[in-house]
Design a protein around this ligand. Structure first.
Ligand SMILES: [Zn+2]
Length: 465
């Protein structure tokens, strides 16, 4: 009898422990926009090649639970961020371009909204625009991702505790031809507007926070990591400040979605070192959550995935001897900055521009031609490209977020090759993306096989008490 009672008590304790452990109070949902397996493997190989052994860091790709996620949308094998964001936020497949609605334009409820309704603190943060497709899918429902003014206004209605990102694309309804002022609406709804690094200590007395970058000239992004410190916010600091703000206010726990949005921009540009810069930031942002997890291991869940892959990035290029990712460390300009500076150089020199001017600029910016050797044949091809640009013969390459001259493009193709990295497209690919998890409830993502992206918010939704 006594044995039976002990057994029953043990079973009860086990059931309670399992239920407790599997229902995290604090949930971190990291999305690397455009972060496929190639991007993650590039980060991993970089650390292996460069110096992680000296001071090993915790990386999200080492988390104990991992999986593969299918990304296709309702109308395409190659999704965009709107359809994929909707799948990851709301658990429904939709057509490319649509936000928070199914393919029949029926509004869906995001997991963030469900968390809010259950009394948790909610933060939606991104290193790109807060009305960009991925963050928008967590608070808005619109037939088009380009309804920026309407999306911004739906952010007001979300009542989320923190909305953070670069800026709004149409805060005054100019593009929508419906003049207004979303800032006034946020203020009326009790939001305190915080700008740039002031947000690193979010005001605890503020009932809600709208946190935007200082620099409104680069509205697409809070600033690319590789372009250095321009006084912009960074994703790791945003995550740290978000934790601080939510933890004190919500004893019932919180949900934070943090997007590394510019990983996608670098994929569109086929910019290998710019990509590494964004991946390092993303990795560091997850590490902020990991530090929190270490203090609350039984109550914290961290998951990481991507909406899709961008660029068709792979390690290994015909003619290269394999990945040489240490070559990425010599660059200190994004491809966009490189292209702008090269245009300036060509303009200032006019017809007197010499190949040696360009070569020197290339060496300084990327290490290409100095620490990274180039052959006479490669140099000859670049010289021809320069002449083509001077003679207005070279064809510019237009990608989603930038326009590159023919010479810049050729230099970056060569640079990628020297790193042993290859790209198949300036757009998204249909490749699956990785998934990683650690902490309370991570086991619910095990044994999922080749997961649908829609499964993720459904599993998270099942954790709401
Ligand atoms: Zn994209």
């Amino acid at each position: 009898m006594k044995n039976l009672r002990n057994l029953l008590v043990s079973i009860m304790l086990l059931v309670c422990a399992t239920a407790w452990a599997a229902t995290p109070k604090y949930i971190f949902y990291f999305i690397g926009d455009g972060m496929g397996l190639g991007q993650v493997q590039a980060l991993r190989t970089y650390f292996k090649t460069v110096n992680d052994s000296l001071a090993p860091l915790v990386h999200f790709y080492d988390f104990p639970v991992a999986g593969i996620v299918a990304t296709y949308s309702a109308d395409s094998d190659i999704t965009d961020s709107a359809a994929a964001g909707t799948a990851l936020a709301c658990g429904g497949k939709t057509r490319n371009g649509m936000i928070g609605m199914n393919a029949d334009t029926v509004a869906l409820t995001s997991v963030a909204k469900k968390m809010k309704a259950a009394g948790r603190g909610v933060a939606v943060m991104s290193s790109v625009c807060i009305d960009d497709a991925t963050p928008a899918a967590f608070y808005a429902s619109r037939p088009s991702r380009h309804d920026y003014y309407a999306i911004a206004r739906q952010g007001v209605a979300s009542g989320f505790d923190i909305l953070a990102g670069a800026y709004f694309r149409d805060p005054y309804g100019v593009r929508a031809h419906t003049p207004g002022n979303v800032f006034a609406e946020y203020e009326a709804a009790g939001y305190t507007l915080v700008r740039g690094r002031d947000g690193y200590t979010l005001p605890q007395e503020a009932s809600r926070v709208l946190w935007l970058d200082n620099d409104t000239t680069t509205e697409n992004c809070i600033g690319y990591a590789i372009d250095g410190d321009n006084g912009d916010m960074t994703l790791p600091c945003m995550v740290r400040a978000g934790i601080e703000y939510l933890y004190k206010r919500y004893p019932r726990g919180f949900f934070m979605m943090a997007e590394g949005g510019a990983i996608d921009h670098m994929g569109h540009s086929n910019d290998p070192s710019g990509l590494l810069g964004e991946m390092l930031q993303f990795d560091a942002a997850v590490r902020e959550a990991y530090e929190f997890y270490k203090r609350h291991p039984r109550e914290t869940l961290i998951i990481i995935t991507a909406d899709h892959e961008t660029g068709g990035l792979a390690l290994g290029v015909e003619g290269s001897r394999g990945p040489a990712l240490d070559n990425l460390q010599y660059a200190h300009r994004s491809k966009g900055e490189f292209s702008n500076a090269l245009r300036e150089l060509l303009k200032s020199k006019g017809s007197k521009v010499q190949w040696r001017d360009v070569r020197q600029f290339m060496e300084e910016s990327l290490g290409l031609g100095s620490v990274i050797a180039i052959t006479p044949g490669e140099e000859g091809a670049l010289m021809v490209a320069l002449q083509d640009v001077i003679d207005s013969r070279g064809k510019d390459v237009k990608t989603l977020y930038a326009n590159f001259d023919h010479l810049t493009n050729l230099i970056y193709t060569l640079y990628s090759c020297k790193c042993g990295l290859g790209w198949t497209t300036y757009s998204h690919s249909g490749n699956p993306v990785p998934f990683f998890a650690i902490g309370a409830g991570a086991e619910r993502f095990e044994n999922q096989g080749w997961m649908e992206n829609t499964a993720i918010p459904h599993i998270l939704g099942g954790m709401i008490k």
